[in-house]
Design a binder for this molecule. Structure first.
Ligand code: NAP
Length: 180
């Protein structure tokens, strides 16, 4: 997600992720704990490739929710579902066989959150501001949804992050930590 809360740019673009780095082991961790992926039709149509999930590190059942499965291109490993979101989760959980179902869709995530069917929102924030695109949680007029922070002692804690604007040619800053 971008720092300002977008998970995709305008028209589902993802090129803003180029040049960002995940912590070592993160992709392997998610590839190992994910048993099935549930996504929406817009995300699928923007990138109809089941082999690109976690950069190709994950293979498994992918479910795509749509109101019109009849015009979707049949693709091995992909099941197009047209059902209630709760039913889609039930189907995906069964396929996940004890592992996690990752919801790769803010639109579906929002519906599942309303139904109490999201266990965790797991975010990796990229150092970029987009200003436009697909929001993590687009719910105009909705009430705030309170969350609990799972890392650290205080579940109500605000997370502090500091970012200067990137400047071409700026040397990487050094950081100090106890013992340095
Ligand atoms: N940054 C990241 O790590 C990350 C992760 C995941 C996803 N993304 C991005 O997030 C974007 C997804 O955008 P989005 O959430 O706006 O769209 P989306 O969920 O991918 O697609 C929305 C479509 O899904 C179908 N749908 C949703 N709820 C449904 C329901 N209850 N029943 C039947 N069909 C339903 C509908 O398809 P029909 O119109 O066919 O009925 C709807 O138009 C993509 O660009 C993707 O790349 C980014």
């Amino acid at each position: 997600m971008s720092l300002d809360g977008f998970v995709a740019g305008p028209n589902h673009t993802m090129d803003w992720m180029t040049g960002t780095a995940f912590r070592p082991g993160l992709v392997e961790e998610y590839a190992g704990t994910t048993g099935a992926v549930l996504g929406g039709r817009a995300g699928w149509d923007a990138c109809p490739d089941p082999n690109g999930i976690y950069g190709g590190a994950w293979q498994g059942p992918l479910f795509v929710l749509t109101h019109h499965p009849e015009d979707a291109q049949p693709t091995p490993g992909v099941t197009f579902l047209s059902c209630d979101v709760a039913e889609a989760v039930r189907i995906a959980l069964k396929a996940a066989d004890g592992k996690n179902v990752e919801v790769f869709s803010p639109a579906i995530g929002r519906q599942l959150l309303e139904r109490g069917l999201i266990d965790e929102i797991d975010l990796h924030i990229a150092p970029v501001l987009l200003g436009d695109g697909i929001r993590l949680f687009d719910n105009p007029g909705g009430a705030p949804v309170r969350l609990e922070l799972l890392t650290g002692e205080d579940r109500t804690a605000v997370v502090d992050v500091r970012y200067p604007p990137a400047t071409a040619g700026r040397s990487p800053r050094t950081s100090s930590s106890p013992g340095n």
